[in-house]
Ligand binder design. Structure first.
Ligand SMILES: Cc1cc2nc3c(=O)[nH]c(=O)nc-3n(C[C@H](O)[C@H](O)[C@H](O)COP(=O)(O)O)c2cc1C
Length: 277
């Protein structure tokens, strides 16, 4: 039975849902598949598991036209492999991913990991700075139909691609046409955030010091002191802003915007008997 490990990062739940669907699809195809949250995965402890896997999947959100920094760092930290290994990508995003896959491929190929498949899942936009209720950013995505497509891709296409590449894996060409809009957009504040200067503003009059923001911070650098305070670089996932139940945390342009609270569906909605997978 081939063994696959799905490494994921998710701030507001879309990528977690995608990772669960993919894992369930691969299990249905007869694979020994398991899910690992990269926030708790220590590469030193997992090296054996990683290098004995037949396939590794990376599932992550797109932030500022790239894979979330935490996933880029995770991929850069993987041990080089002696033999060629197959990997795949699945990104959740709101509509624009630009060269995100190409960047990851460039980190992986020199280490003998070959991205042979990639897929995406369109989701609601968790970038609170642009969310306005009732507009295109408040969509209800992903829907059951798109989750089903992801499930089918995992159950049918991934195993088939894996077999085709078994002898000599070749990286798929992640070609993205040149787009001047990206270049302009990338110079906006979000790019500064990627430079690791991401301010968090806390409204002390609203904050109940519940600690939800700090407990979900993927870097562990948001501390309760006694109000939330960032103690180092931030990866800009908006997790603290979106998870605050009283909307006491803000950054640039988020004041008064509706927060993204996560996908409306769960894996069990898809796997329920009436959904006839
Ligand atoms: C800071 C930030 C930047 C984002 N940038 C993009 C982007 O460049 N392109 C895009 O399509 N979606 C973008 N999004 C939307 C997320 O990729 C999308 O909502 C994703 O599904 C969130 O995944 P998660 O729930 O697993 O954290 C951004 C979200 C955040 C919070």
């Amino acid at each position: 039975m081939p063994k696959v490990r799905v490494h994921y990062f998710s701030s507001t739940g879309n990528s977690q849902l995608a990772a669960e669907v993919i894992t369930a699809g691969l299990q249905r195809a007869g694979w020994e598949a398991s899910l690992k949250d990269i926030r708790t995965l220590k590469i030193e402890d997992e090296t054996e598991d990683i290098i004995s896997s037949d396939l590794i999947g990376f599932v992550f959100p797109i932030y500022a036209f790239r894979a979330a920094i935490i996933m880029e760092e995770h991929i850069q930290a993987l041990p080089a492999s002696k033999i060629p290994r197959q990997v795949f990508f699945a990104a959740t995003y709101a509509g624009y991913l630009d060269r995100a896959f190409m960047r990851l491929r460039d980190f992986l190929v020199p280490k003998n990991y070959f991205p042979v498949a990639e897929t995406t899942l369109i989701c609601e936009d968790s970038w609170t700075a642009i969310r306005i209720p009732g507009t295109m950013y408040d969509t209800g995505w992903p829907e059951k139909a798109s989750l089903k497509r992801l499930f089918d891709f995992s159950e049918k296409n991934i195993p088939q691609i894996w077999k085709q590449n078994a002898d000599s894996p070749k990286a798929a060409i992640c070609w993205v046409p040149f787009n001047p809009i990206t270049l302009i957009a990338a110079t906006f504040p979000i790019a500064i955030r990627r430079g690791k200067q991401f301010p968090i503003f806390v409204k002390k009059s609203l904050c109940t010091k519940c600690g939800k923001c700090a407990s979900q911070c993927p870097t562990g650098r948001l501390k309760m002191m006694p109000f939330p305070k960032a103690q180092g670089n931030c990866i800009g996932c908006y997790g603290c802003i979106n998870s605050c139940p009283v909307e006491a945390i803000n950054t640039w342009f988020t004041n008064g915007r509706s927060r993204y609270r996560g996908p409306r569906l769960k894996l069990s909605d898809l796997l329920a008997p009436e959904s006839q997978l």
